[in-house]
Each structure stands twice: as structure tokens, then as C-alpha cells.
Design a binder for this molecule. Structure first.
Ligand SMILES: C[S@@+](CC[C@H](N)C(=O)[O-])C[C@H]1O[C@@H](n2cnc3c(N)ncnc32)[C@H](O)[C@@H]1O
Length: 203
């Protein structure tokens, strides 16, 4: 089966349409995480940046503004509806000349090796079928000494955004079915510890 087939299908159907429709609300909700992400990335003018799972392009466009006209930013995503929104956003922000969007699976896409100073992501790195393969692919895309900065959710139980509504539903409706294997919260991806999200940086 094609890697990430279920995720790709979902983000080109209901999930992608939902995120496109509620883009402004998601932008407001996720803005603090984007601010933290970009602060940690310490982007410099002229740098080349890869934004993984860029969605509708909020962080792609913010990164493009920071790297300036001599820099470049690639947004990669599997969702055509969200990439269409991202292209509109980049053009609207006047940074379309230094941004390109690639409709591809970041786990398998053949990026030019060593071509990015920075690989970053706001909640776009947690849905891979095969995380080791995906991170190896992203490492190949980064130049030697390049930086990886991302923010990602922890498992659902440790995350109030998800755990509290689930508890409320559980109280009203009784036992809920387990989250499916296509979910980022599936048990085989579970980490440990507490806290709702984690920012990771690497050099
Ligand atoms: C939770 S959304 C985050 C979107 C965006 N980064 C933001 O903060 O608004 C996750 C994004 O990852 C994308 N995605 C999921 N799996 C992917 C993959 N294998 N390769 C590239 N993008 C992927 C989805 O299409 C979706 O746009």
C-alpha cells in the first residue's frame, strides 16, 4: 500500500475541507505555537526553509517574511485544498516570489539533498506511517548542520485540548470507541510524560 495513503485521503477530503473552512479559527488557536516555533527557529535573512505539513501556509508565510527576498521557503503538504489556501495566502502577503508549495508526502518526496538550512513544522510531523523513514528523508533534505524545529502534540491523554472534550463525551455517552490507527494519537505512537505539546529542536 502507498505510504500514508489513509492520511493523504483524509486530508484531501473531510479533514482538508474542514481545515480550509475553519482556517481563521485554527490560525487563531495555533498562533501561539507558531510564535514559539519561529522564535526557536531563529531564522536569518537569506536562509532556505522547509515547512513540513504546511497546511494553509501560516508558518510558511511568516518564515518567508523573516528570511526576506534573498531567502526561500518550501511548503510541503499532501492536502490540495490546504495548499490552494496557502498559495492564496502567500500571494496576498506579497511573498509569493520566494515561496513554493509542493503537493507531496514529506515521508517519501525526493527533496534536493542538503538544500535546506532549516526544517520546521507546526503540527505537521505527527501523522507519518513510518516516522523513522520520514525523519531520515527530512534529514537528507537539510544541509549538514541544518536545524530541525517543530511543535507537535503529545498523546491524547496528556493533552487537555483532546482529553477534556473526550471526558465530557464519556460522561454523557459512556464508553467511547478507541481512536483509530490513522490517528496521531494511536497507541503505537504514544510517548510518555505529561504536557499538552512539545517543542523539539535539533542541530
Ligand atoms: C494539523 S495540520 C497543521 C497544518 C499547518 N502546519 C498549521 O499549523 O496550520 C497537519 C498538516 O499535515 C499535513 N500532512 C499530513 N501528513 C503529511 C505528509 N505525510 N506529508 C506532508 N504533509 C502531511 C496535512 O495535510 C495537514 O495540512
Amino acid at each position: 500500500m502507498t505510504p500514508n495513503a489513509a492520511t493523504i485521503a483524509r486530508w484531501n477530503a473531510a479533514e482538508g475541507q474542514h481545515w480550509s473552512r475553519h482556517q481563521a479559527r485554527y490560525d487563531r488557536m495555533l498562533a501561539p505555537y507558531g510564535t514559539e516555533l519561529l522564535a526557536a527557529a531563529t531564522l536569518r535573512r537569506g536562509e532556505a526553509v522547509l515547512d513540513v505539513g504546511c497546511g494553509s501556509g501560516a508558518t510558511t508565510v511568516a518564515a518567508a517574511a523573516t528570511v526576506g527576498p534573498t531567502g526561500r521557503v518550501t511548503g510541503v503538504d499532501v492536502s490540495e485544498p490546504l495548499l490552494a489556501a496557502a498559495r492564496r495566502r502567500a500571494d496576498g502577503a506579497g511573498v509569493g516570489d520566494r515561496v513554493d508549495f509542493v503537493a507531496a508526502d514529506a515521508q517519501t518526496w525526493a527533496f534536493d539533498p542538503g538544500s535546506y538550512d532549516v526544517v520546521l513544522s507546526r503540527f505537521g510531523l505527527m501523522l507519518f506511517d513510518d516516522p523513522p523513514a520520514a525523519f531520515a528523508n527530512l534529514a537528507r533534505a537539510a544541509r549538514p548542520g541544518g536545524r530541525l524545529i517543530f511543535v507537535t502534540w503529545r498523546d491524547a491523554d496528556a493533552n487537555g485540548w483532546f482529553a477534556i472534550p473526550l471526558q465530557v463525551l464519556h460522561t454523557g455517552l459512556g464508553a467511547l470507541p478507541p481512536m483509530g490507527d490513522g490517528s496521531w494519537a494511536s497507541s503505537r505512537r504514544r510517548g510518555s510524560g505529561s504536557g499538552g505539546s512539545r517543542r523539539s529542536t535539533g542541530r
